[in-house]
Design a protein around this ligand. Structure first.
Ligand code: ASP
Ligand code: MG
Length: 501
């Protein structure tokens, strides 16, 4: 059984949904369960409509509702032909009527609560899934629309509800498994769920991936496919470096690290329910039926290249904090960290010496008040327009010479490094450069660490031909080495993804 999730851009139009039907048909023998997002941009529009209605601009909100209604009917018409579209229309209309009533209610009470927001946003996925289900049926696929709110059970933390797995598993066994055994294709909206009492909830923005992972875990799927509009996860941002290529296999920890440092394909934390159960997750391109994409697993085999990927996160500030004279050294660090804590700020990279500390943070998240507070105890100089470049790969663990090779390559590109970090987990090497230097540095690094295929596999020179296999090719090293035990730092990954969202 395979859970297939299609994101907003994959169901944004009749043409896109047509492709989805073809992709699902190609998985016919593997018992697909299909999860779809709202059509592209719809959730954002619902958010705006809610805000407008709640601030009393009901008419404006209702105009947007009309546009939304037309878009969905138009798409249904294009996909279904007159007759079938006419039978679906009343189902869509009853949702729109409900939505209109809700918006009018918001305008009356002038308040949108988190609980109300979950109800409001549920319409995006309800509408798209109804249309896609019919589009499947018209194309000969035996789809059955399933109400996600009857299967995915969460707590009542509205706007980012937490799944309750044992209850969800039971419901899925009852509502979805029988469909699969009757060779039906269960089809449902992602992102939306409900409490055990049936109050609608959502799993947080972008939550359809999460739905897919939860369903996969609840139904013991063989694999989960996340269909999107890019060719899986890439070795680096192709806009920075055209030579970027698709990563074939990546571990969960590596994927989490990449997401934290700027890769935007998905939030790996949302895949945790699947990873916990060792269900592989594939990220695939819905514009390319033959896509092999990226496979994410709890552990991944060593890569041919030393690193799995390079990311760059721009819009970073460095804050240098140097203790004012007369401050006790131990008291200094404590005061700095306490100030960071008071402002609930999380920093990316930190460098500490006895009397100074530098940290980086996204410029847009750096509170002015924090700087003012720090100025009471230290000399503070913030510097904007910086970037963090991060090279990720579990294989660098325990191998000498890698950092040297990274920094040599950066030096060769003529780029100055401002700060450096490599944690004890040795899963990434990150450093800070000026934002304007990012393209140059990344291109050089990519050329060096990801030589074009056909080129000889890179060797790392070392004096010792040691047990770590560092003078062998990466492939040989991979085969010879025993796999490290899994280090699935789930807690930290979850925290990171939450912080990065
Ligand atoms: N439609 C929801 C959102 O835009 C969920 C998703 O697309 O995954 O956040
Ligand atoms: Mg999405």
């Amino acid at each position: 059984m395979v859970v297939m999730k299609f994101g907003g851009t994959s169901v944004e139009s009749a043409e896109a949904i047509e492709r989805v039907a073809k992709i699902v048909a190609s998985r016919g023998t593997r018992s697909p369960v299909v999860v779809v997002s709202a059509m592209a941009k719809v959730t954002d529009q619902l958010v705006t409509m809610g805000q407008q209605a709640a601030s009393g601009n009901c008419e404006v909100a209702l105009e947007s509702l009309e546009a939304l209604r037309q878009r969905h009917h138009l798409t249904a018409g294009e996909l279904l032909g007159k007759k079938r579209a006419a039978t679906l229309a009343p189902k869509l209309e009853s949702r729109f009527a409900e939505l209109e009533n809700f918006l009018r209610g918001l305008a009356a009470v002038r308040e949108l609560t988190p609980r109300g927001s979950d109800f409001l946003l549920s319409f995006g996925e309800l509408l798209s899934s109804l249309i896609v289900a019919d589009a499947f049926i018209v194309r000969g696929l035996k789809a059955t629309w399933v109400d996600s709110r009857e299967c995915l059970v969460t707590d009542g933390t509205h706007t980012r509800a937490v799944p309750q797995m044992s209850e969800t598993r039971e419901r899925c066994k009852k509502k979805i498994a029988p469909l699969i055994s009757r060779k039906q294709i269960p089809l449902m909206g992602g992102f939306i769920a409900a409490t055990a009492q049936g109050i609608p909830t959502t799993l947080g923005r972008g939550g359809s991936d999460y739905s897919a992972a939860i369903l996969g875990a609840a139904l013991d799927a063989d694999s989960i496919e996340i269909w999107t509009d890019v060719e899986g996860m890439m070795t680096t941002d192709p806009r920075l470096c055209p030579a970027a290529k698709t990563i074939k296999q990546i571990s969960f920890n590596e994927a989490a690290e990449l997401a934290y440092f700027g890769a935007k394909v998905l939030h790996p934390a949302t895949l945790l329910p699947a990873i916990h159960q060792n269900i592989p997750v594939y990220v695939l391109n819905s514009r390319n039926l033959k896509s092999t994409g990226t496979e994410i697993t709890a552990q991944a085999p060593p890569s041919r290249d030393i690193f799995r990927a390079i990311t760059a996160k721009t819009g970073i500030s460095i804050v240098n904090v140097v203790a004012s004279r007369g401050i006790m050294v131990h008291g200094f660090l404590r005061s700095v960290f306490e100030a960071l804590d008071r402002h609930s700020t999380s920093v990316d990279i930190v460098a500490i010496s006895e009397v100074s500390m530098s940290f980086t943070m996204e410029t847009k998240r750096l509170p002015k008040a924090l700087l003012t507070e720090l100025e009471d105890i230290a000399d503070v100089t913030p510097e904007d327009k910086q970037a963090i470049i991060c090279l990720v790969g579990e294989d660098i663990h325990g191998k000498p010479g890698i950092a040297a090779s990274v920094f040599n390559t950066v030096a060769e590109s003529g780029v100055n490094i401002r700060m450096i970090s490599q944690g004890a987990s040795e899963i990434n090497i990150s450093f800070v450069v000026q934002e304007s230097d990012v393209p140059r540095a990344v291109r050089h690094l990519h050329e060096h660490f990801f030589p074009v295929s056909g080129a000889k596999v890179r060797k790392i020179k070392s004096k010792k031909n040691g047990a770590a296999g560092i003078t062998q090719t990466r492939e040989a090293a991979g085969r010879g080495n025993e796999r490290r035990p899994p280090v699935v730092r789930l807690k930290s990954a979850e925290r990171k993804a939450a912080g990065a969202s």
